[in-house]
Design a protein. Structure first.
Length: 273
């Protein structure tokens, strides 16, 4: 079973995908050239709440343009994606329109040739590009399931996983070095902050290695951790460190060292390819 098929069905929506597309059709927001449409974000994973947006990606062959759409700049050609926002049954809906060529451009950026070139992940993909590609892993298809499957397979065969894991490990190592230097110089408060940063990046690398992407949205890290259920680190131990349960304001050193030891253990055991 694919990751997408394993997600929970959003309880606030009717069960048939055609019903989820109805609000778009009623507002003429589903173009005739749509190749695919899929729910992304918290709703697709069953993590949403009453205040969550309902986010849908629509992939087309021609650029979407209306009097009501907004544009977000992207390092692509054309250099933007368009979005429409409306409210239905008290929920905010945001429909983002991607050109198929833009999806292909992002997939081309994560080739094994790019990875072998040693380019830092942040220089390959923008945060929004990374997040958008990652959503193929846990989206909920509404239209064009075969197209979505084909692009998801391209992503799985690419260097995407390796690129983001190596990036997160590198950031964790940088933060850990900062924390060690700050400990040695007596800047304990700064060491605590650096250790927290190192922990976040190290756990992101661990989850990304298991296909649980989303480092640019740390609010979902606990959910991603539970979904990945890594053997390297238990959720209980992770949450103990994340919530600083054993932190002693009178002496931060033991807590910082414990965090850095965990980060080092993760770095030694995470697979990068």
């Amino acid at each position: 079973m694919s990751a997408r098929n394993a997600v929970a069905t959003p309880t606030h929506q009717q069960e048939h995908p055609a019903d989820w597309l109805a609000p778009l059709r009623e507002r003429d927001l589903l173009p005739a050239d749509a190749l695919a449409a899929f729910v992304v974000g918290s709703v697709a994973r069953g993590w949403d709440n009453s205040r969550s947006d309902f986010d849908i990606y629509v992939v087309t062959t021609a650029e979407w343009e209306t009097d009501t759409c907004s544009a977000t700049l992207m390092p692509l050609d054309p250099p933007r994606v368009r979005s429409e926002v409306f409210y239905d049954n008290g929920r905010r809906w945001e429909v983002t329109y991607w050109l198929e060529s833009q999806i292909d451009q992002m997939l081309a950026k994560i080739s094994w040739e790019k990875y072998a070139g040693g380019v830092f992940a942040g220089e390959i993909l923008s945060p929004r590009e990374e997040t958008s590609l990652a959503r193929f892993a846990h989206c909920l298809p509404l239209l064009g399931g075969e197209w979505i499957d084909a692009k998801y397979e391209q992503m799985k065969q690419s260097a995407f996983r390796s690129i983001v894991v190596v990036r997160s490990l590198g950031l964790a190592d940088d933060a850990a070095e900062d924390a060690l230097g700050q400990l040695e110089s007596g800047h304990l408060e700064s060491a605590v902050l650096s250790a927290r940063r190192a922990l976040g990046h190290a756990v992101d690398a661990l989850l990304e290695s298991a296909g649980e992407y989303g480092s640019h949205m740390p609010k979902w890290r606990p959910n991603r951790f539970k979904a990945a259920a890594p053997d390297v680190l238990s959720f209980e131990k992770y949450w103990e460190l994340e919530t600083m349960r054993d932190y002693d304001p009178a002496d931060a050193r033991p807590w910082v060292r414990s965090v850095l030891t965990t980060c080092q253990d993760i770095a030694m055991r995470v697979e990068t390819s």
